[in-house]
Write a protein that binds this ligand. Structure first.
Ligand SMILES: [Cu+2]
Length: 152
């Protein structure tokens, strides 16, 4: 049976329609896959790398550091984990806190209600001041100061 011109045109149209819907499906699957990938990486973060050496937790809030004296040893790696207990609604410093030791070139800043870490190995015994210069009073605030003692 010979196909009429009309039938041939109709079949061509159908074929084109099918190609279009397949292309659409491929694009949709691609977009969903990409979105899924990003969602997955947003929700399932890989665990943070293990912290080197001895970990010292320091919490900071507007009322100061929870530790005013920290003892570490020469040659032993130490990780300071600074946690800001304040939220970003704080007008002064925006809830951030710092843990800095000028003499050792250490400067750690924790974002509001977050922790941040810094690993270092003390090389020289001594007594050093640590401070936060972000929130109210900054360095001059006695509660935002402490002593880092490096024992030989
Ligand atoms: Cu502070």
């Amino acid at each position: 049976m010979k196909k009429s011109a009309r039938q041939i045109r109709r079949e061509a149209q159908l074929r084109q329609k099918r190609i279009r819907s397949i292309t659409f499906a491929v694009v949709v699957i691609g977009v969903l896959g990409l979105a899924g990938y990003y969602l997955k990486s947003a929700f399932f973060r890989p665990p943070p790398p293990p912290l080197a050496g001895n970990v010292i937790d320091i919490a900071a809030s507007m009322s100061g550091f929870d530790k005013t004296e920290i003892r570490v040893k020469v040659g032993q790696p130490v990780t300071i984990r600074l946690t800001s207990l304040d939220n970003s609604a704080h007008t002064d410093g925006g809830g951030k806190h710092q843990w800095a030791v000028d003499e050792l070139g250490l400067n750690l800043i924790a974002q509001p209600e977050s922790s941040n870490t810094l690993t270092f190995t003390p090389t020289k015994a001594g007594t050093y001041d640590f401070y936060c210069d972000i929130c109210c009073g900054g360095r001059a605030n006695p509660t935002m100061n402490g002593t880092l003692i490096v024992e030989g």
